[in-house]
Design a protein around this ligand. Sequence first.
Ligand code: FNR
Length: 188
Amino acid sequence: NKLKLIGLSGSHRKDSINKKLLDAVVQELPSDVTYEYVDYSNVPVFNQDHEEPLPSSVEDFKEKVESADIILIATPEYNGSIPGVLKNGIDWLSRPAGQSSLKGKVAGIVGASPGRGGTLKSQLHLRESLSHMDVEVPNQPRLMLSFVDEKIQDGRLILNEQKRDVVQNLIKRLIDTSNRYKKDGVLV
Ligand code: FNR
C-alpha cells in the first residue's frame, strides 16, 4: 500500500512563500508516496455551537486529513507563533471530542520567512500543540528557511543542495515513522 502525504499551508495567500516551500519539498518525495495539497481556506472560524452538524467544509477537510498517513505543514510565523488560520484549522480537525482527524498521524513541520527568523518559534509552538493531540512529529531534521526572497526564481522557491539534503532526510524520517506505526498498528 502506498503511503499518502498531504500538504497544509499556514498561509492561504496566493503567493505564499510557505506554499512555494511545500511545492519545493514535495519535489523530493519518492514515487511510492502519493501527494495532495489540501486547501482549507473555506473552513469557518471555529465555534463550538457549530459542531453539530459540522459545516460541510469541515467535513471535507477532516476526510482529506483522515485519508492521509503523513501531514506536511509549511507555516509562517505570525507574531512569534502559529498563524491563527492554521490553529483554527487544527482546532476543527481535533473535533468533535474523541473524533480527532489527527490521531495516529505523523506530521512534518517546515517553514519559510522573508527575514532572519526562519519560523523557529512558530514551529516550536506547532510541535507542542500537535504533540498534545498525540500526533507524532519527528524532532529532527528541522527545515527552517530564512531570507527566502533571495531564493525565489521565476516564482518558484529553489532549495540549495544542503537544504535538499535536509528535505530528503525529513521525508525519510516521516516515511519510516509512518511505516513503523502501520506495522505495529498502535501508537508507541
Ligand atoms: C508576520 N511576519 C513575521 N515573520 C517572522 O519571521 N516572525 C514573525 O513573528 C512575523 N509576524 C508576522 C505577523 C503577521 C500578522 C504577518 C502578516 C506577518 C512576516 C511573515 O513571515 C511574512 O509575511 C511571510 O511572507 C508570511 O508567509 P507567507 O504568507 O508568504 O507564506
